[in-house]
Design a protein around this ligand. Structure first.
Ligand code: IMP
Length: 202
């Protein structure tokens, strides 16, 4: 019988992306909406891993099934306390990203380009109620912050996140390329490896 795993998110883009990334594993991934679960979970912690683990545990307890959740964000080394786990709320949840880019550009203007280092970070946490275990995987990708946005693909901070390896911002890369190199892919593949272990879901 195929085992079921709940992905604790209501974000349709994340669901589509994660189903693709985890397509090789023999589990049925369901969403809260598909099982009639409608809950809001805060992200109160200062690390991605703690926020993801908290979300996974709340959903697993509510659904009585193994659940995994993610938390991700952009870390800018020269602005250590401002984005990170607070990336989604930086300047306010509903503030357009172009306004956020301007604010970041103002803050980084005096910093030489080579020191505008940054990384995207993703933590995935899976809670298995049957065993009480929580598994955490993480992935990151290094880049530099541009003062002017470039490109129309992707979402969020992608237009100012430049990947030196590809000589492009994440928003200039084709979505398939971004999906192959992203912080989420790295964390998802590590989770897929854990899920291949026999008896992992109890
Ligand atoms: P959360 O993981 O839904 O709490 O939000 C993460 C936030 O980090 C998003 O709202 C974006 O602002 C930012 N972020 C995370 N991953 C990416 C990415 O791949 N591209 C652009 N922005 C990202």
């Amino acid at each position: 019988m195929t085992q079921t795993l709940l992905f604790a998110t209501s974000n349709a883009d994340k669901i589509k992306e994660m189903r693709g990334l985890l397509s090789e594993i023999p589990y049925l991934i369901v969403t809260p909406a598909e099982i009639g679960l409608d809950i809001e979970v805060e992200e109160p912690f200062t690390t991605f891993a703690e926020n993801a683990a908290h979300k996974a545990s709340v959903y697993a307890a509510a659904a009585h099934m193994p659940a995994f959740a993610d938390d991700s964000g952009l870390i800018i080394d020269a602005m250590p306390d401002e984005l990170g786990v607070y990336s989604a709320r930086y300047c306010g949840y509903t503030t357009p990203y172009n306004v956020r880019f301007q604010k970041i550009a103002e803050k980084l203007a005096a910093i030489p380009a080579e020191k505008r280092t940054a990384r995207y970070w993703c933590a995935l946490a899976m809670h298995v109620p049957q065993t009480g275990k929580v598994y955490i995987t993480e992935g990151s990708i290094e880049g530099k912050i541009l003062l002017e946005p470039r490109g129309n693909n992707g979402f969020g901070y992608d237009p100012i996140f430049y990947t030196p390896e590809y000589h492009a911002t994440m928003a200039e890369l084709a979505p398939e390329i971004k999906a192959q190199i992203s912080h989420r892919r790295i964390a998802a593949y590590k989770l897929a490896e854990i899920l291949q272990e026999p008896g992992i879901l109890g």
